[in-house]
Each structure stands twice: as C-alpha cells, then as structure tokens.
Design a protein around this ligand. Structure first.
Ligand code: PEP
Length: 249
C-alpha cells in the first residue's frame, strides 16, 4: 500500500484543559513555541488565549459554538475565537460530549462554522470502553464521522482544512494508551472513510495517554500524523521530548 506521509506535516497539539499554563511555558527554551519542523498548537483556557498569542504561540480554542453570537451564557463562538486570533479549534472532545452533552449534530455544526470562518477544526472521535471491548470501535468511530458533512466542505469558499483526532475514550487521562498498531489500524479505517479529495492530505492524530515514553512508537506509524496530548503537555520537559520525537520522524 502506498503512503503519502510526506505531504502531511506532523501536528502536535497540547490540550491544557482547565489548567493554568505550566511554569516555564514562556521560557526562552519553551517547547510550546512554533517550530519549522512541525505544527505545534496549544489549547489553553479561554482566559489564557491572549497572553499565549502575545508570546507568539499558535493557539486554538478548546471548543466553540456554531452560532456567531447570542444568548448562550458561558460560551464563546467560532467567530469570536477567530476574531481573537485563534487558528485552531477542538470539536467534539469526549469531555465536551460527556459533560456538555454535545451531540453529533451540534458537533457537525461547529465543524462547519469553524471552517466557514477560517479556523482549522480538529474533530475528535473515539469509542467507549464498552464499544472497544465488544469489538465495535470501528463502527462507533464511523458513526461519529458520518455525522459530519465532510464532502460539503469542498463547496465552501474558505479553503478546506480539517484534522481528525482519534481519541479512544478509555485511553484519555487513564494512563492506558491504545496500542500503536491498533491506532494505526484505526487511522487507516478513518482515512478510508474520508472524501477521496482529502483522503491523503487530512492529518489524523492520536490522543489518549500519550507520554514522552510512547510518543515515538505512535509517530513511527505511517497514518499517525501527530498527537493530541493532555496530561503530559502540562509538563514542559515531557512535552519537549514528545515534540522532539515528532521532529525526528
Ligand atoms: C485529551 O485531553 O485529549 C487527552 C488525550 O488527554 P491525556 O493525554 O491526558 O490522555
């Protein structure tokens, strides 16, 4: 099978969730800074977006609403994130699906709104432990993907740009990562479901208990185009090793 990994620049994303920036984030040798060898994107809390951008980091929103404005207390919109200078946005993170009951339909609207206003969405998909144990992981991920009108994005005037994060829910924050071979198999399955125009150019990244110890094993696989890192991204030294693993590929 032919692989076109050379077309796909590695994407290393740090999801800081509801934590403040770790000490040293703005040091001269900060691992969170952009690098010529890979896309390094930080997802801080909304309150920290501005100061990270002032420090010239590439920043994304951890989520956003599709509606440009309105009576949605506590939320921000895709348009506001773009206006504030964000370049990326996470859509459908499992914690949003779980705690905020975000549905596939709402996530589809968010992805569309993000692309329409020029943000680069990272669509998160992944199966539960129950689905995994029942051998239904691929079917569960397929259902989540099919809820998103991927083909219609080619009709939008903005340049189409979207990445997918495969994040098995049972692996997020548990210390139990998927086997890199299993992630590769899932990424191939996801790629086969993408519209053919974007199949080889779309980055599919893995997330779920990635650390400095397993990052290289994931990145060695041809369909693993990067990593979405939660816990380990809050430790600058560990994150530095993860970035180094991506730069070595
Ligand atoms: C995440 O929050 O998307 C994540 C993958 O977290 P962790 O790396 O801690 O499992």
């Amino acid at each position: 099978m032919l692989h076109f990994t050379a077309m796909r620049r590695k994407l290393i994303a740090a999801n800081w969730k509801m934590y403040s920036p770790p000490e040293g984030w703005d040091a001269a040798d900060s691992p969170y800074k952009p690098d010529v060898g890979a896309d390094i994107v930080i997802f801080p809390s909304f309150l920290d977006v501005r100061r990270l951008m002032d420090a010239k980091l590439v920043v994304g929103g951890q989520g956003g609403r599709a509606e440009p404005h309105g009576a949605f207390t506590g939320d921000v919109s895709m348009a506001m994130l773009k206006g504030a200078g964000c370049q990326y946005v996470l859509c459908g993170h499992s914690e949003r699906r779980k705690y905020y009951k975000e549905t596939d339909a709402a996530i589809a609207e968010q992805v569309t709104a993000a692309i329409e206003c020029g943000l680069h969405p990272i669509l998160c998909v992944g199966e539960t432990k129950k689905e995994h144990d029942a051998g239904k992981a691929k079917a569960a991920v397929k259902k989540q993907l099919q809820a998103i009108p991927l083909s219609s994005y080619f009709l939008l005037p903005t340049s189409y740009s979207l990445s997918i994060a495969y994040e098995p829910i049972w692996a997020i924050g548990t210390g139990v990562n998927a086997l890199p071979d299993d992630a590769q198999a899932m990424h191939m399955s996801i790629r086969s479901l993408l519209p053919k125009e974007s199949r080889e150019s779309t980055r599919i990244i893995y997330g779920g208990s990635v650390t400095d110890l397993n990052a290289a094993d994931f990145l060695a696989h041809p369909d693993v185009d990067g990593l979405l890192v939660g816990g380990a991204s809050l430790e600058p030294k560990r994150f530095q090793s993860i970035v180094a693993a991506a730069l070595e590929i």
